[in-house]
Design a protein around this ligand. Structure first.
Ligand code: NAP
Length: 280
């Protein structure tokens, strides 16, 4: 039997095994998806084990998406641009690092949100790991401008400097106090902070008094709950809303096709993810 899995710490209630095992089953692939909850000192030995013949590769989550880069042999262009790897494929002992979070987000934005980011202004809240993948991919997808706001201005500034000077795209770091005037002109607003996530579901990442508008697509990376306080506020303003479950499923589906070279069964993986989430 082949194996793959998720490396991270802690892994608690990951729904990745449910998604991937459902996909293996539908294709009749003799493989299983495991959880590798390891401390950083154990990472090197685990990765060596996962170069073996029976290993398809593995996914990587917090806190190892950057650290893993030094353990793999090659890194794809997107993963290099984003500076993080969440999927590693084992090609006969050669480990190749991919990033499917960024492309998964863009796919979900287009499919669930029905919007192409080209020539649009996008506001991204949060410049952590997820905010970086989202902002870089939006910039690379032809947005006219990415506006970045983080409670730590320096974090937003560092990321916007990277996008402006290394990628030569248009990005501006702002203070959360200035969000209102930028959201007025934007077509896309993305929450890439954990604010609103279970159990603190009454919280919103937006400062009080900020008005949303009906020409906005609001994408919340938080997927538990499916409808966050931010998405409720957005719906009230007449904006279109998308939950982060779409990104989660699509990054998993892209990883499945990296592991197996098969077209991913997105609907099956989506169903399995929803079922696993509601059983939590
Ligand atoms: P992170 O590394 O903690 O980054 C979040 C950033 O947002 C931090 O810099 C944080 O600052 C900042 N922040 C907090 N509150 C803010 C606010 N109100 N306005 C602006 N910035 C604020 O977290 P992450 O790993 O990037 O993940 C962010 C969220 O995305 C999590 O909920 C995660 O579960 C979700 N996610 C979803 C998917 C998916 O597939 N749907 C994929 C990846 C991540 P401080 O550190 O100072 O608080």
């Amino acid at each position: 039997m082949k194996k793959t899995g998720l490396i991270g710490f802690p892994l608690g209630h990951s729904i990745s095994p449910a998604m991937h095992n459902a996909a293996f089953k539908i294709f009749g692939i003799d493989a299983e998806y495991l959880l590798y909850e390891v401390r950083s000192g154990e990472l090197g030995d685990l990765v060596s084990d996962l170069r073996g013949k029976e290993s398809l590769g593995f996914n990587v989550t917090i806190p190892y998406k950057e650290t893993i880069i030094k353990y793999v042999d090659e890194v794809t262009t997107f993963a290099k641009l984003i500076g993080a790897v969440n999927t590693v494929v084992n090609r006969e002992g050669v480990l190749v690092g991919h990033n499917t979070d960024g492309p998964g987000f863009i796919q979900s934005l287009k499919e669930e949100g029905g919007i192409d980011p080209g020539d649009k202004i996008a506001v991204v809240l949060g410049a952590g790991g997820a905010g970086r993948a989202v902002a870089v991919m939006l910039a690379e997808s032809g947005t006219s401008k990415v506006i970045l706001a983080d409670v730590d201005f320096n974090k937003a500034k560092d990321l916007s400097d990277y996008i402006n000077f290394e990628l030569e795209r248009n990005c501006q770091a702002i203070l959360p106090d200035d969000l209102h005037e930028h959201i007025k002109k934007a077509s896309i607003l993305v929450n890439a902070t954990p604010i609103g996530m279970h159990p603190n579901t009454d919280n919103s990442p937006l400062p009080r008094g900020i008005k949303l508008h009906s020409d906005l697509l609001v994408y919340d990376l938080v997927y538990n709950p499916r409808e966050t306080t931010l998405l409720k506020e957005a719906k009230k303003a007449g904006a279109k809303t998308v939950s982060g479950l779409g990104m989660l499923v699509r990054q998993g589906a892209l990883a499945f096709s990296v592991f197996t070279d098969e077209e991913p069964p997105v609907g099956i993986m989506w169903e399995a993810a929803e079922k696993a989430l509601s059983a939590r």
